[in-house]
Design a protein around this ligand. Structure first.
Ligand SMILES: NC(=O)c1ccc[n+]([C@@H]2O[C@H](COP(=O)([O-])OP(=O)(O)OC[C@H]3O[C@@H](n4cnc5c(N)ncnc54)[C@H](O)[C@@H]3O)[C@@H](O)[C@H]2O)c1
Ligand SMILES: [Zn+2]
Length: 364
């Protein structure tokens, strides 16, 4: 790890098909032009953002790009998951063509995971692939979606069914942008962080147990560590083929089903994941001999970080089980399920059946 200035950390992310720096620090939105200039010897770009994030940060990014000699076009799409479509990706490409961008151009995604996914997908297909710079503005996007190269859009039948693996060329995490993030959005990022701790880092789990309202240095350290954890797991299995990357799905089988059962508007992804993590721990007690007191510690930590640990009263459990059928990993009654035998370790198993999940959901 090298340092750009005293406060910015630079991580080198390396995998078989990728190598890119991730910068984590303060005041980086104003320096996007300078950093892109250093890492990408190109002249023209599209900034892709949503209509909630663009008014907050786009002007500063635009000024820094202009100061560094880039020509750019700002493309703003409506906020939210409903914008993550093939049609929207096509409309963005049309605007890039109209602005005269070509194979030598690049894309900057400025926003949360929705923008990261669609801007990365556009970068993957525009002129058969141009570089992508991720400037994530949510905690979830910094610790999870901006790393690993998965890009894509949703279809009528499901999330992320169309996409490409297209690694970014540069990731810029400005801690200051998190100050405007609504508390619920901030807290949901911790669900992915706790997931990372449970599957890969018992020490980080203990750090989180002592977590106080974050100071910038602690938050920088935490984001760095999560980028390291995710990128190391991804590097072992970049195209999601050997099962090693699948441990990142810990908590997601039930989490996704809860998201769907709540019609994608009752819970944020991280909130549903929090409940999914608890269900996965319950199943791990039975199928992987997770000590019950470790499940309790996970529940306490989720609660401490303001994530839900119980389903709302009268929430229809049956709807969750129905939603499981949409899971791609569910085949022939058996599911590829990620369990943890102890905090800091996780593996895939074929041993889990629908009844195990039903029991675990009933306890939520
Ligand atoms: N590619 C991957 O590996 C991967 C992994 C996890 C999630 N995802 C995807 O990420 C998406 C969810 O990401 P998300 O939770 O970041 O959602 P999001 O992009 O919708 O952002 C959440 C909300 O916060 C607002 N916002 C963003 N930054 C802000 C800021 N700094 N200040 C104020 N408001 C701000 C946005 O406008 C939006 O309203 C989903 O589409 C999911 O599929 C992808
Ligand atoms: Zn997730």
């Amino acid at each position: 790890m090298e340092s750009v200035n005293s406060s910015t950390a630079v991580l080198e992310i390396r995998g078989a098909g990728s190598r890119y720096p991730a910068l984590v620090g303060s005041g980086l939105v104003e320096q996007v032009g300078k950093h892109v200039h250093k890492y990408l010897p190109r002249k023209t770009c599209a900034i892709i953002s949503d209509d909630k994030v663009a008014p907050l940060f786009a002007r500063r990014v635009e000024e820094s790009l202009a100061a560094a000699g880039f020509r750019h076009v700002l493309i703003t799409i409506p906020v939210g998951e409903k914008s993550k479509t093939l049609q929207q990706a096509g409309a963005i490409c049309d605007q890039m063509i109209a602005a005269g961008l070509d194979r030598q151009s690049f894309v900057i995604g400025l926003g949360g995971g929705v923008i990261g996914d669609i801007s990365g997908f556009v970068a993957a297909i525009y002129h058969r692939g141009i570089p992508h710079v991720q400037t994530p503005t949510t905690l979830l996007a910094m610790v999870d979606s901006s790393i690993g190269g998965k890009t894509g859009v949703n279809t009528r039948d499901g999330k992320n069914l169309i996409g490409a693996v297209h690694h970014p060329s540069l990731v810029i995490d400005d801690l200051d942008v998190l100050k405007t993030l609504p508390p619920r959005e901030f807290n949901q990022g911790f669900a992915e962080i706790i997931k990372h701790a449970v599957i890969a880092d018992a020490k980080m789990f203990r750090t989180l147990q002592r977590w106080e309202a974050a100071d910038a240095a602690a938050l920088q350290q935490l984001i760095k560590r999560n980028i390291e954890i995710k990128s190391k797991i991804v590097a072992k299995d970049e195209r999601d083929q050997t099962g090693e990357r699948a441990v990142l799905n810990f908590g997601h089988t039930v989490g996704h089903a809860i998201e769907r059962a709540g019609d994608f508007n009752q819970f944020l992804h991280g909130e549903a994941l929090s409940l999914g993590i608890i269900a996965a721990c319950t199943i791990s007690i039975k199928k992987a001999r997770l000590p019950p007191d470790q499940r309790d510690a996970v529940v306490d930590l989720l609660q401490r970080l303001k994530l839900p640990t119980r389903l709302p009263p009268k929430f229809p459990g049956g709807k969750i089980l129905n939603a499981l059928k949409f899971d791609k990993k569910f085949q022939g009654g058996k599911i590829r399920f990620v369990v943890t035998p102890r905090i800091g370790v996780a593996h895939l198993t074929q041993d889990v059946i629908l009844e195990d999940i039903r029991e675990a959901v009933a306890q939520l």
